[in-house]
Design a protein around this ligand. Structure first.
Ligand code: ADP
Ligand code: X2W
Length: 285
């Protein structure tokens, strides 16, 4: 359906207060799941990032790539195993994660941003010492799955200051040089906290947090972080949604103003989230 000139003018003018609100503010977007595999959706996400940067938002893109890591490992004859939503990572898997995330996907996204007329730079946790990692402790040994010991935002700030959209792959090293595979949601939340971001937007392949994971009509529109442990305990939140919820809780605790999980399958869901009053997805408070 073609928009009339009047409708087009209305859409543009309605965005004005939001554009003013976010001018100079930092928005961390975690991009993963289905929206990353579908080329059309990928193009829409990159377009949104370029548009936001063009109107003065400090956009930081943290990307996942779990399905691509799984596919690459499979081609090598290696099965993936997940524990509580995290991939068991031996040394070889950590190397593959580095190759796929920092080598392939990061550069693809940088190029896609370029095609939309934006300027991006690909970084990973090792660049400028962005993420100092350490082995994640858990009941089941996860190998080289990392948690973030320290965030050094200087390289991200420098990139933003120079007008680039930082595109961040979530592998990092410890002081001994071991490479760790870091869950992208976890890294996005830590970075959002350290940057003092206004918003953390986690894009995924469901509408948001669901009361019944099998039924998309059961969206929980907003949730207090105090109730998350019980939701995990009851099995309502499982798999990849566990690290997602845990990192949303961490971001809220760190003072990130607005932390949401949104549906990456909706084209331009980022613009709808930021530039309208429509609360799509799940807001954490
Ligand atoms: N309560 C829940 N609400 C929504 N999704 C859930 C829930 N519990 C488990 N999940 C699962 O979590 C998945 C999202 O996590 P994940 O696959 O890691 O996403 P991404 O790749 O986008 O980071 C959903 O596709 C869904 O299968
Ligand atoms: C430790 C761990 O599980 N790391 C993730 C890193 C990529 C990621 O988080 O990708 P998505 O956001 O697409 O799930 C993995 O190996 O799959």
């Amino acid at each position: 359906m073609e928009l009339s000139n009047a409708d087009m003018a209305r859409v543009l003018t309605q965005a004005l207060p939001y554009i003013q609100k976010y001018d100079g503010k930092t928005v961390v977007i975690k991009y993963g799941g289905n929206a990353m595999i579908d080329e059309e959706l990928k193009s829409a996400v990159m377009c949104d990032a370029v548009l936001l940067a063009a109107v003065g938002v400090r956009v930081v893109l943290v990307h996942g790539g779990g399905p691509e890591i799984t596919a690459t490992l499979q081609r090598m004859g290696k099965e993936s195993r997940f524990v509580g939503g995290l991939r068991y990572t031996d040394r070889e898997t950590a190397e593959v994660a580095q190759m796929v995330l920092a080598g392939k996907l990061s550069k693809d996204l940088v190029a896609a941003i370029g095609r939309h007329g934006g300027r991006a730079v690909g970084l990973c946790g090792m660049d400028g010492g962005l993420f100092e990692a350490r082995k994640k402790q858990s009941d089941t040994d996860l190998g080289f799955v990392g948690e973030i010991a320290a965030v050094n935002t200087a390289v991200v700030e420098d990139a933003l200051h120079s007008g680039y959209i930082p595109v961040i792959a979530t592998v990092g090293t410890d002081r001994e040089g071991n490479v760790y595979n870091i869950n992208a949601d976890t890294a996005a939340a830590a970075l959002a906290g350290s940057l003092g971001a206004e918003n953390l937007i986690l894009m995924t392949d469901v509408r948001g947090l669901l009361e019944n994971p099998g039924d998309e009509s059961t969206l929980i529109a907003d949730v207090g972080i105090a109730s998350l442990p019980a939701l995990i305990e009851q099995g309502i939140v499982s798999g990849g949604m566990i690290p997602k919820c845990e990192c949303c809780a961490a971001a809220v605790r760190e003072g990130v103003g607005h932390t949401v999980i949104i549906d990456g399958r909706i084209p331009h869901s980022i613009l709808i989230e930021l530039f309208s009053d429509k609360g799509i997805g799940t807001l954490f408070h």
